[in-house]
Design a protein around this ligand. Sequence first.
Ligand code: B1N
Length: 820
Amino acid sequence: MYSKRFEKEAFKEEVKNNIKNLYRKTIEEATGRQIFQAVSLAVKETIIDYWLATQAEMEKEDPKTVYYMSMEFLMGRALGNNLINMTAYKEVKEALDEMGIDLNAVEDEEPDPALGNGGLGRLAACFLDSLATLGYPAYGCGIRYRYGMFKQKIENGYQVEVPDNWLKDGNPFEIRRDEYAKEVRFGGDVRIEYDPVTKRNNFIQENYSSVLAVPYDMPIIGYGNHVVNTLRIWDAEAITDFHLDAFNRGDYRHAVEQENLAKMIVDVLYPCDDHYAGKELRLKQQYFFISASLQALLVRYKKKHDDVRKLHEKVTIQMNDTHPTLAVAELMHLLIDQEGLEWDEAWDVTTKTVAYTNHTIMAEALEKWPVDLFSRLLPRIYQIIQEIDRRFIEQVRSRYPGDEGRVARMAIIRDGQVKMAHLAIVAGYSVNGVARLHTEILKHEELKDFYDMMPEKFNNKTNGITQRRFLMHGNPLLADWVTKRIGDGWITDLSQMSRLKKYVDDPKALAEFREIKYQNKLRLAEYIKKYNGIEVDPRSIFDVQVKRLHEYKRQFLNILHVMYLYNQIKDHPEMYFYPRTFIFGAKAAAGYVRAKETIKLINSVADVINNDKSINGKIKVVFIEDYRVSNAEIIFAAADVSEQISTASKEASGTGNMKFMLNGAPTLGTMDGANVEIVEEVGIENAFIFGLSSDEVINFENNGGYNPADIYFNDWDIKRVVDQLIDGTYSNGDREMYRDLYDSLVNTHGQERADRYFILKDFRSYADAQKRVEEAYKDREGWAKKALMNVACCGKFSSDRTIQEYVDDIWHLDHIKVDA
Ligand code: B1N
């Protein structure tokens, strides 16, 4: 396999043997799950050779390496993606075919590892793919949650969360590395002891609880270059007796506590996207994986280097949002308390090693830990942060004498809280946003004080996605067509897609392109029939909004508009209307009531509309259950319209928007996040833009909002739709079911303004844009041109481009080369 010539017969033999040895069965007797395991283990054999070769190369060349610290890695299924990156997909498919096994069916047996919520976790996964593909040494560091993102069931229109025991049958691609296990300590007290020899104070943590962090490594395969990097995720175990100090040995209660602590820490991923819950267990998770990862990283560094003062020459640490920001204080702790550095030396190293990426300006996502909780759980880490804060405030005062307001705004510890973003910015040598607009808002609004004081740290890195998964794997028909037209260079250089531009005036090419979209719509229609029992017309417009459910993302606006269209069709049955299928997919955080109400509303509207024979199927509404990486690939491939309708200024970047573009679906969206750059690349004539600008939104917000009553009482179509939330139309006569959603639009509650997300304000402009979509779609060839232009102009949005920018501007990594 790989460039080492693929030995088909040997591979087939291997699969048979695996089934025999693992399950004492023949191929015919084996279950689908067992075949998946057997095939994956056969594939892993080859991976290991290149993994070892990559390690040997790193050993030899000692390249500068990035450690990407993230609470989330939303990897999705590994088998198909690994085969693609090993350039062995087609061969393996053939070999399995000969054995009477369908590779697609085997892939479908793999649980979808969902160690992430949404965009932030999936970005981390795309970055690892690009790092390996570009040949840069990288470790992903995270947590091996026993339960990842919950599985979503829809029962009676409501979301029900079901635990996802993804490790039940074992994960064939991971390798447990007991030899790198590390102890992580929580709680207790810090005793300060003066050492007359070194003339230093030593800080000794006592009476703590601890757990053993055990790493599991997963291979991250570069495309066609033999590079195999590592995703290292940590499991927690109780420290067994012999690790305990004499004082604790035989202390039964303590032993049980440690057992429980270990079980709890890695039990479950917090299912909150863009939201901070402030739970103690979450802080434990953060410290757990940060401490373990940093300890391991230092051991690895010291194998080759004896001066930790030069750590930054070989190591850089990227913090994926503030969740890993404890890395700042933990690195200081290890450098001072373990390595014996002075404060200034440790600070110098730390501030040259860590960098921070901001992913949101939503106030409810900001991590602010209560001081009492924090100092109790992490006493030594808290001391260190106090000292960082003290020194930083001194700097602010000397830079802005007398400006105590500024000091209060910028402090790391203030009002009984530890502000993680401030710590990340103060210590980080780089602070980046994830799209141009987002970074500008950070610089000039949210983080203005910090930008004033240290502008040199701030930079933008517009997000990207990997075309290997989201085109090659997810949309093989289009991938093959592109390759036939422009060669396969796009697989590792997406900018080559621009060569497709010459086909926008080629009727034959356009016809082929349209036919591929149609085939992909058939595939999705079958999926929907199978999992939702709903018949959809593949010739209708597939209008898709898939992403986490959040008020700022405005799924509510989308469904209100569907209700409005339905009213129109009912009122004017003779009116021209191009058939539409509105497709939604979204998980709501388990405790996010309004998000869950929105899911129920979408399903209720679907029920009413889909069962109304009088509209001749002109509108269908489908809520796809359990939206996740694996079905996302099918959905993007089949989309005609990409709904990116967040309130301007709220979506930091978005990455779904890029996946739709790559698959030829024009954007219907606001000028928010990376939509701005998508429009810049594809041209405004190939997108459908509407709504308030981010400046307008920010202006309203700074001046007390706007008054939705002005719209509600003056636009009768809007009033009618809003009133239908409480007149029983979509709730079998129940007037209370959607009262809260209604209220959120028209009534102010305490601190919360009516219509905080400008849904009514943007409604007309959205409806107009939807009308333009319909008009444009009627011209089949014109639409195909727009769609193809989207594919041709998507080059910028490869995560390969993003990663190259991180390397050039922030990380300065060395290349590695692995020979076959
Ligand atoms: O990160 C993505 C962006 O494309 C999205 O615009 C942005 O919303 C998303 C706390 C988050 N920001 N913040 C989070 C996730 C989990 C959590 O516990 C916050 N996710 C985003 C990639 O840059």
